[in-house]
Design a protein around this ligand. Structure first.
Ligand SMILES: *[C@@H]1O[C@H](CO)[C@@H](O)[C@H](O)[C@H]1NC(C)=O
Ligand SMILES: *[C@@H]1O[C@H](CO)[C@@H](O)[C@H](O)[C@H]1NC(C)=O
Ligand SMILES: *[C@@H]1O[C@H](CO)[C@@H](O)[C@H](O)[C@H]1NC(C)=O
Ligand SMILES: *[C@@H]1O[C@H](CO)[C@@H](O)[C@H](O)[C@H]1NC(C)=O
Ligand SMILES: *[C@@H]1O[C@H](CO)[C@@H](O)[C@H](O)[C@H]1NC(C)=O
Ligand SMILES: *[C@@H]1O[C@H](CO)[C@@H](O)[C@H](O)[C@H]1NC(C)=O
Length: 937
């Protein structure tokens, strides 16, 4: 603030002085001129260079032609030679610049150093004139949104020491241009498409001075061993990164390891860093590293390595960092650690990451690795309790034992006073927190979640010596109340206190000093009362880059919080708001216009009434909207047509009325789920809903007065464009969809990717079922029960191969049951009851798996499983079986089979889980297994 106001003030003073004392000014000017180092020509060149750039954030505001700005040697990012005053360095890293690189740069012939990394040159090619700056020693163009071929002229820059072109969208057909870069010490071409550069190794072998080489993610073509260049200790290479080049290892794994040996021989000093992540390398860890006595860092994560860790590792006397996470390594952890013990390694190792493998057994005594600062054992199958003294690691800063089967007490960590990050989640630790955690003064991250027997109980007067940034206690046992000591934590950003049994008022939770969180999950507790006026303690916090980037997430769903939603209006930066399943009441405040970052809004299952505010139309980032089960009235505001990113709209179970807006079909090109169920909409279904090419779930059921009398429902609505695209991976874990099944709300969680569902039940639809419905090949569920439909079931309904759930009951359908219906092997739920169907129920297997209830109420139907025998048949007893011991009527055997067949194979197995209403959730989990067995028998 101060400098901003001072500057014009100084100018005025300056002018006054000028007017009054001309002489002294001119001498001062003389003096100034003497000190002016910037050369006019170069200043002009730099200004021309700036003119071609878009400097959105004013990072180059010091660059100018005004009197007080003329000294270009003092401009941000510009450095001049101390004696010649030529500009020698241009360092514009991370200035958020866009635009073009001007040829005026060529005026700056003494440039030795150019850094344009982390800007956005909008897919422009790398300008080849840059190669005319012959004094260049450093050229950094990393992650600057360049594209196209790397100009081979760069090879003329014979003084080049440092070249980084990584993380652009560039390619190079060959690397011959490297041949003359004799001085080059550092080369990073990561993320450059080198798939055509078959001679890349020849070119690299010419780099006599190379010390660090990164060619990761370059789609490097495989090397033929017969063409390995003959070299011996010809370069001082110490750093090699060949990550994410799976072509190198795909066909001939041994060639890959030979290549690694080649690099080791190429180096005169011995390799210190070998990074080979993400290379799809299968098989055991080979012995190529055995003689690499200079190796300090070896990173092999995300490969398919198998077996244990070879014994020779213990002799790798320089090794300090070993990363083997995300492989298929296995074996008893005790034997593995034995192989790392006994040599120099044991004393030197600083970082050991073996997470995401299949190591098993009891944790061995790790204290012999007494230099360790990082230890990662997450997601293995380690078990048992951790013996006292086995983690006496005085330098430990990071410990991750999450997702194993550890039991017993939390290990005593008081020997590790430097511990910053402690992750013990998803084990079966029990007891109370020992006194060691309260002594860890450096702690910034504490994750004890999913340890449901662990009691997290601190003395109310506990005054922690640490300032956490991350605290996760989800599903721990909170013995008494809201942890009062949280109020001492001024830097908390990520807080997960879900399902820990907090039963205090919301205001005692948020009252006093409110932590400056970015992410707070306090869902599934018993908090009650209403929100205090929400305000953050620090406004600096709101302008911090973290907030700007990610926004603020608040999840207090599944509590008993009441009162109004007005508290929302005090923060603009909401990104995720889940207030569902509470007792919030009143109208939704009309203050959403400023919530530019809001992506997810869930107000379902509360007592909200009144209109959907028209300020919802400003939610340009919104993708998921749940307003299910409130008492909202009036229509969907027309402003909402601006929310073009919406993928899910669920306003089911309200009192919304009016026509279904016809603009829905045009305004939401990405819509996947549309639920308007159980409202008071009336009129026609707008036919342009069929333009929603990504739509997968369309539920307009139970609106009573929706008809098809004037609509084109029977023609256009089911055109094949509808619902059939499957946007892979577009749904993340927040996304879930609900539909009604026999009066209960069924919830699909995780990914609804495979489910394509149409529910038009309980309306006033008339006419015939359109024949073209059979074109909806991906349809998984169709419910058009309880309407006034007439005519036959489409003959070719058997073409709907994915059909899992078909309910046509309670209409006036006539004719026979098409035999093709019985070919639908995945059909788990069928209901044709209460129509005018006639004839014999086809005897094919699939049609017989359903009980009589699927067919009753059709006076003309005969044959099993109905008791009604067809003319000429012997009376046939009702097919028994499938009787279950279910105590809740909801989960019928038919539903089991639906789950077992349709969802285990197609949905559960691949895409995650189907969860029912909370009350049914566990029932289904446990019964599903039974269903599966039942089905297989
Ligand atoms: C300005 O500098 C020049 C030499 O560069 C000198 O001859 C002249 O006397 C100076 N003028 C004043 C007013 O100081
Ligand atoms: C010239 O500038 C120098 C350095 O800023 C200063 O010390 C000196 O007093 C100035 N001389 C005159 C004559 O203004
Ligand atoms: C140039 O001057 C700066 C600041 O006085 C100094 O830090 C730097 O070392 C000098 N460079 C050379 C090459 O003399
Ligand atoms: C790169 O430039 C293109 C074209 O202007 C733009 O669409 C894209 O968003 C830019 N990418 C990045 C990462 O800045
Ligand atoms: C917990 O660990 C098990 C394996 O031990 C894993 O399958 C599961 O995904 C983990 N859960 C979480 C929430 O990390
Ligand atoms: C059914 O689809 C075909 C194209 O597949 C189209 O020509 C025909 O008009 C459609 N029929 C109806 C009744 O929409």
């Amino acid at each position: 603030m101060k400098s901003f106001q001072l500057r014009p003030l100084l100018l005025i003073v300056f002018q006054v002085v000028t007017l009054k004392c001309g002489h002294s000014y001119s001498s001062q000017l003389n003096n100034t001129t003497n000190r002016m180092r910037c050369l006019d020509r170069e200043r002009q060149a730099l200004l021309n260079f700036k003119d071609e750039l878009v400097d959105t954030y004013g990072r180059l505001s010091s660059w100018g032609n005004d009197e007080h700005k003329r000294e270009c040697c003092e401009w941000i990012g510009v450095y001049c030679h101390n004696h010649t005053n030529h500009v020698t360095q241009l360092d514009l890293r991370f200035k958020f610049l866009r635009g073009k690189i001007s040829t005026s740069l060529l005026e700056l012939q003494q440039l030795e150093h150019i850094d344009l990394s982390f800007n956005d040159f909008e897919y422009a090619p790398i300008p080849d004139f840059i190669a005319s700056l012959t004094q260049l020693q450093n050229l950094n163009l990393r992650s600057a949104n360049f594209s196209g071929p790397i100009p081979h002229q760069i090879g003329n820059l014979s003084k080049l020491l440092y070249l980084d072109i990584s993380a652009n969208d560039c390619n190079s057909e060959n690397l011959d241009w490297l041949f003359s870069l004799d001085s080059l010490e550092y080369l990073d071409l990561s993320y450059t498409d080198l798939s055509k550069a078959t001679n890349w190794l020849q070119a690299v072998s010419k780099l006599k001075s190379i010390q660090e080489l990164s060619l990761s993610n370059g789609a490097l073509p495989e090397i033929s061993l017969s063409f390995l260049p003959k070299i011996n200790g010809s370069s001082p290479l110490t750093f090699l990164d060949l990550s994410f080049n799976s072509h190198l290892s795909n066909s001939h794994l041994s060639n890959f390891w030979t290549l690694v040996s080649w690099f080791s021989n190429f180096s005169s000093t011995g390799l210190s860093y070998i990074i080979l992540n993400d290379n799809n390398i299968a098989g055991p860890i080979p012995d190529v590293f055995e003689d690499m006595m200079s190796l300090t860092v070896l990173s092999l994560y995300r490969n398919g390595l198998q077996g244990g860790i070879p014994k020779y590792f213990t002799n790798l006397s320089s090794l300090v960092t070993l990363s083997l996470s995300e492989n298929n390594l296995s074996g008893d952890i005790n034997e593995v650690m034995m192989n790392l013990s006994g040599g120099l390694l044991e004393k030197r190792l600083l970082s050991l990451d073996m997470s995401w493998n299949n190591f098993r057994g009891l944790l061995p005594n790790m204290s012999r690795f007494y230099s360790l600062t990082n230890l990662g054992l997450e997601s293995n199958q380690l078990s048992g309790s951790i013996r006292e003294g086995y983690l006496q690691l005085p330098s430990l800063a990071f410990l991750d034992l999450s997702s194993n089967g550890f039991t017993g007490a939390i290990p005593d960590l008081s020997f590790s006073p430097l511990l910053r990050s402690l992750r013990l989640s998803n084990n079966t630790f029990s007891g109370t927190l020992t006194h060691s955690i309260p002594t860890l003064s450096q702690l910034v991250e504490l994750d004890l979640s999913f340890n449901s027997f662990l009691e997290v109980d601190f003395d109310p007067t506990f005054d922690p010596p640490f300032q956490l940034r991350t605290l996760k206690l989800a599903q721990c046992k909170l013995v008494k109340h809201y942890p009062v000591w949280l109020k001492t934590q001024k830097e908390l950003q990520t807080i997960d206190l879900s399902s820990i049994g907090i039963s205090d008022t919301v205001s005692s939770f948020f009252g006093g000093t409110i932590p400056t969180f970015l992410y707070l999950d306090a869902s599934n507790n018993q908090m009650y009362g209403s929100f205090p006026n929400f305000s953050f303690s620090s406004t600096d916090f709101l302008t911090s880059p973290d907030v700007a980037l990610s926004g603020i997430s608040l999840d207090v769903s599944r509590n008993k919080i009441s009162g109004s939603l007005d508290f929302l209006c005090y923060v603009k930066e909401w990104a995720l708001l889940d207030l569902s399943d509470n007792l919030f009441s009143g109208q939704i405040p009309d203050c959403f216009a400023s919530f530019r970052s809001l992506r997810y809004l869930n107000l379902a299952n509360n007592h909200l009434w009144g209109k959907i505010p028209s300020s919802f139309g400003s939610l340009s980032a919104l993708t998921l909207l749940h307003l299910r089960n409130n008492s909202l009235s009036d229509g969907i505001p027309s402003t909402m047509r601006n929310c073009r990113g919406l993928k899910m709209i669920d306003v089911g179970g309200n009192r919304l009325t009016g026509n279904i807006p016809s603009w829905i079909g045009e305004s939401f090109p990405e819509l996947i789920v549309l639920v308007l169920r159980s409202n008071e909409f009336y009129g026609d279904i707008p036919s342009n809903i069929c333009r929603l090419a990504n739509l997968q779930i369309l539920d307009i059921s139970a609106n009573k007065n929706i008809s098809t009398e004037h609509s084109s429902y029977s023609r256009e609505l089911f055109l094949p464009t509808n619902t059939l695209m499957m946007p892979a991976g577009s749904f993340d874990s927040l996304e879930s969809a609900y539909f009604m099944w026999k009066g209960n709300e069924v919830k699909y969680t995780s990914r609804v990717g495979l489910v394509k569902l149409i529910d038009f039940s309980d309306n006033s639809l008339v006419g015939e079922i359109p024949m073209n419905i059979t074109k909806l090949a991906g349809l998984v569920a169709l419910n058009i029960s309880n309407n006034n439909l007439v005519g036959p079931i489409p003959q070719h309904i058997g073409e709907l191969k994915s059909m899992n759930f078909l309910d046509l009951s309670r209409n006036h359908l006539s004719g026979g049951i098409p035999a093709s219906l019985c070919n639908l092997n995945g059909l788990g739920v069928l209901n044709l009851s209460y129509n005018n169907l006639s004839g014999r129920i086809p005897r094919d297997n699939q049609c017989l798996t359903f009980e009589g209830a699927a067919y009753i109420g059709n006076v003309g139907l005969c044959g099993p499983p109905l008791n009604e025998s067809c003319p000429g048949d012997h009376p046939n007893p009702r097919v028994e079986g499938a009787e279950s011991d279910d105590d809740d009527k909801f989960i019928t055997p038919g539903f089991y089979i639906a789950l077992a067949l349709g969802f285990i194979i197609g949905f559960w197995g691949i895409y995650g889980t189907i969860l029912l209403n909370k009350t049914f959730r566990y029932a289904v989990f446990s019964k599903l297994t039974k269903a599966w067995i039942y089905f297989q028998n």
